[in-house]
Design a protein around this ligand. Structure first.
Ligand SMILES: [Zn+2]
Length: 426
């Protein structure tokens, strides 16, 4: 009997995977990470246990999976078939989307978005918050497409679907009903685009209505705000106050917030204090803002980056993400969060040692907080969703931007990247 229990105990303690010789952020020395099932079970300086499988990190950094908290997977890869974008003005980007949106099919979205997810996972991102347009042009087709995508890729990635009123609510009559239907169909998050409405009073109605919808379905909110260098675009302050009045602190994210960079210092500080009090997470996608903002300016051309560094210094939760990907709004993108963080370091003047570390938090821990993910991180008990990177420090990772050597998802090896480069005839 005792013998039986002993054998059973040994089997229970057998680990499924050990990542050996890992460098960890903010830790001296080299560490082993033991994984049992889909969780991290132990982290120690030297594990003598055996495991079914081993990975040698060779002194490189191991971090939790990257998180892409804002990406338009319904319109990604449209660039492959659309006519050229001449101006990158908001109006032309929208018009180019209209030319395709009415003809979307679920299969077409699954194909274009699937290729983007695949590339993202190869680059170490296994968590995505995907925006689906909900409006009278595409109707519910983008939502159908991304809900199907969520199911098809469930074993490989965690995909959240945001119902996003890309054409506005008040200026697109009928969008409200479609938004409500999108939530009934299973969308995870209520989106919003209030700054795009025509009047200030409509901006507020838009925000009010989104809160009603979110409360009805008990869902979080993620709005795209003030994506313009127009200093009169002021939806962020109202969103912050509304968040507090509705008791939604910690459940709201706001991406872009470009106009904040144009307010005078006194007003900007007031707005940022409200954002902090409301515990709103701010998403900045600097590479897209650099392309799309100030396109009609003569020198000096406004750069259109929100106050990333100031807000970070104030303790506001910042994150960064791909946003647009090979689509009418942005001609590039590899769905690589390392690239996205590196762009932010340049555009937001965050190149000091602790600032580069902070930018890396923007694609990991801060994004996890924005999405309110549970058991994310590198502690025993956390989900074993890890990247074994190709360099030993955060700065080297962002400088070299090589894909992770290994991507581990739910305790299993999912991706192995091998970079082979060599001189010939030298
Ligand atoms: Zn966006």
């Amino acid at each position: 009997m005792n013998m039986f229990y002993h054998v059973l105990e040994c089997r229970v303690q057998q680990m499924d995977l050990i990542v050996r010789h890992a460098h960890l952020r903010n830790q001296q020395g080299i560490w082993d990470i033991g994984i049992t099932g889909d969780r991290i079970s132990v982290i120690a300086e030297k594990l003598t246990d055996i495991a079914t499988e081993d990975i040698d990190a060779a002194g490189n950094l191991v971090v939790p999976t990257y998180i892409n908290g804002h990406i338009h997977l319904d319109k990604c890869n449209l660039r492959d078939k659309m006519r050229p974008n001449k101006t990158y003005s908001w109006d032309e980007c929208l018009a180019l989307t209209w030319e395709h949106k009415a003809q979307y099919t679920v299969e077409d979205i699954l194909d274009r978005a699937g290729r983007a997810v695949e590339e993202g996972v190869l680059n170490g991102t296994t968590i995505f918050r995907a925006f689906a347009d909900v409006d009278t042009i595409g109707q519910l087709r983008p939502i159908e497409g991304l809900l199907a995508l969520r199911e098809r890729w469930r074993d490989v990635a965690h995909i959240e679907v945001v119902a996003f009123p890309q054409e506005g609510l008040i200026r697109n009559p009928g969008a409200n009903d479609l938004m409500e239907e999108a939530m009934r169909m299973g969308a995870d998050v209520v989106g919003g685009l209030p700054w795009f409405e025509m009047l200030d009073e409509d901006v507020r109605k838009h925000i009010d209505w989104c809160f009603e919808l979110a409360k009805k379905f008990n869902k979080d909110i993620h709005m795209l705000l003030d994506e313009t260098v127009n200093p009169l675009s002021r939806s962020l302050e109202y969103l912050a106050v509304k968040t507090m009045r509705e008791g939604y602190q910690g459940r709201v994210s706001a991406s872009h917030c470009v106009a904040l960079s144009t307010y005078d210092e006194a007003h900007a500080r007031k707005v940022m204090e409200l954002v902090k009090e409301a515990d709103i997470s701010i998403g900045s996608n600097t590479h897209v803002n650099l392309v799309m903002q100030g396109v009609f300016d003569q020198e000096p051309v406004r750069r259109g980056i929100t106050r990333v560094k100031q807000m970070w210094q104030m303790g506001i939760n910042l994150f960064t993400s791909q946003d647009d990907y090979n689509d009418p709004f942005y001609p590039f993108g590899r769905n690589d969060q390392q690239e996205v963080a590196a762009y932010l370091c340049h555009a937001a003047h965050m190149t000091g040692a602790n600032e580069i570390e902070a930018a890396f938090d923007f694609i990991t821990y801060n994004a996890a907080r924005a999405l309110r993910l549970e058991s994310y991180g590198l502690d025993p008990g956390c989900h074993a969703n890890l990247n074994v990177l190709a360099a030993p420090t955060v700065r080297e990772v962002l400088r070299l931007q090589q894909p992770p050597g290994w991507v581990i998802r739910q305790g299993k090896m999912l991706v192995h990247n091998q970079l082979q480069r060599e001189f010939v005839n030298h």
